[in-house]
Design a protein around this ligand. Structure first.
Ligand code: EPU
Length: 429
């Protein structure tokens, strides 16, 4: 296990280039199996979740050639299996997109019930309801989801909850169904639009991605294409919040500012100076930082994936801030750890009350999931003294080169193996 040793009182300054979107990449990669031709992908982030996804594809028989750290050529002409292995699938939630893509290509899939970040209950009833409506037989036994369909037939499907995962899985399956599928009350996230653009370039007929109704006319043949994944809006938002929280001034570059409007608005409300340019946002920290209320919602609302980082920012705002988590039931993994650093936070159900204004103090803390881990790293940079963040494997799942990007902005962070922590604890300057 590895930890970060982080020196506090940081003041992030400079510019940072944002990587490709994790959640778009992990949707595009399973979709590659729809074709037999070569797919050329760029701006694929080099993170553990993507490496896991690549291993799953290789195990299924896809030939993969790396053209660079963020560039891949994938050729799925000799697919040998329809059952991704449990050891890989349990590591990441998005592996369940192989249900949709393998069902579309082969009319069958056998996928273990997925793992992923522990954010409270994460049912997949909407995915299964949709597959079933398209004509798939579903049988769950011994921890495996078995799907099979002689033919998939387009139909109308209304999602009871707005779900990114279900929207993506059903887009994938419906892409090869006979006739028209209409998906209603779907998610509108930019990652869904990116996947639709990718599938359409391959030959799919998908209209309406980015609105709450998607119409899909099924297609049998898919061709190889080249596609560049969109920038990661959550990584960008993490750096924007980190800049404001550390009293810094940072230019966040190679992004699509339109995807970050909720964060820009919230930071302005908290007093930050935000200047938006065509592919870049400049943040200068507020003085003083103002308390604010923050409610998470599906896109275009404030993303739940930035709620923990937003909470850290608000611990520095003098006064009372209220956070309401509307997307997940149990997504306050960061709270107990932040309390160890002196934060005053009270959780009641889906609401967190933050009495901000006291300086955090460095402490040993643990990352319990990806975004709460990123939030703890920001907290450690703000705090007085040194912190140790353990279980950083969660952070590595979703942020490419995170500590190096922060170091380039002036942070002092060292990655240490937990066994060596004591030995190295005096070497950080
Ligand atoms: N839900 C259901 N039934 C379903 C599916 C979802 O009740 O069949 C509920 C969930 O329990 C949750 C809500 O609907 O309360 C939204 O879940 P959604 O399906 O949209 O989430 P997801 O697809 O599992 C993706 C991202 C998450 C992100 C959420 C919400 C990927 C691979 N994951 O998860 O990203 O938090 O959407 O925006 O795209 C992360 O990147 O750190 C991360 C966890």
């Amino acid at each position: 296990m590895e930890s970060f040793k982080v020196k506090g009182n940081a003041n992030l300054k400079g510019n940072v280039i944002i990587s490709g979107s994790k959640n778009a990449a992990v949707a595009v990669l399973p979709a590659v199996v729809l074709t037999k031709e070569t797919v050329r992908l760029d701006n694929i982030p080099d993170i553990t979740d993507v490496r896991t996804m690549i291993k799953i594809l290789e195990n299924l028989g896809v030939s993969i050639r790396r053209r660079g750290r963020n560039a891949l050529d994938l050729t799925p002409n000799h697919l040998a299996a329809i059952d991704p292995s449990y050891d890989l699938v349990k590591k990441m939630r998005a592996s369940y997109y192989f249900m949709g893509s393998l069902l579309a290509r082969f009319g069958q899939a056998r996928v273990p019930i997925p793992g992923g970040c522990d954010l409270g209950p994460r049912p997949i009833d909407q995915h299964l309801k949709g597959f079933s409506a398209l004509g798939a037989d579903i049988n769950i036994e011994h921890g495996m989801i078995n799907l099979s369909a002689k033919r998939l037939v387009g139909t109308n499907i209304y999602l009871d909850v707005v779900s990114i995962g279900a929207t993506i899985n059903l887009m994938l399956a419906a892409s090869s169904a006979e006739g028209r599928t209409v998906l209603e009350n779907v998610a509108k996230e930019p990652e869904i639009v990116d996947l639709a653009n990718f599938l359409n370039a391959m030959g799919a007929k998908i209209r309406g991605a980015g609105t709450d109704v998607i119409r899909i006319d099924g297609v049998k043949e898919y061709r190889g294409v080249a596609h560049t994944v969109i920038p990661d809006r959550i990584e960008a938002g993490t750096f924007m919040l980190a800049a404001a929280a550390t009293g810094g001034s940072v230019a966040v570059e190679e992004i699509i500012p339109k995807h970050l409007e909720a964060i820009t608005a919230k930071l302005r409300e908290a007093g930050a100076h935000v200047v938006v340019e065509p592919e870049k946002i400049n943040i200068a920290a507020p003085d003083p930082l103002l308390p604010s209320d923050l409610k998470t919602f599906p896109y275009p609302g404030f993303p739940t994936d930035l709620q923990p980082q937003g909470m850290v920012l608000l611990t520095a705002a003098k006064g009372l801030s209220v956070i309401t988590e509307n997307v997940f039931d149990g997504r306050f993994n960061q709270v107990d750890e932040l309390k160890r650093m002196g934060a005053k936070i009270k959780v009641e159900g889906r609401t967190a009350l933050i009495e901000g204004g006291t300086r955090l103090s460095g402490a040993p803390v643990t990352a319990h999931d990806l975004r709460s881990g990123a939030a703890l790293l920001i907290a450690a940079l703000m705090a007085d003294g040194e912190s140790q963040i353990s279980a950083i494997k969660h952070i590595d799942r979703g942020y490419e080169n995170f500590e190096q990007k922060l170091i380039n902005l002036g942070a002092s962070i060292q990655r240490v193996s937990d066994d060596n922590y004591e030995q190295l604890s005096s070497s950080l300057d």
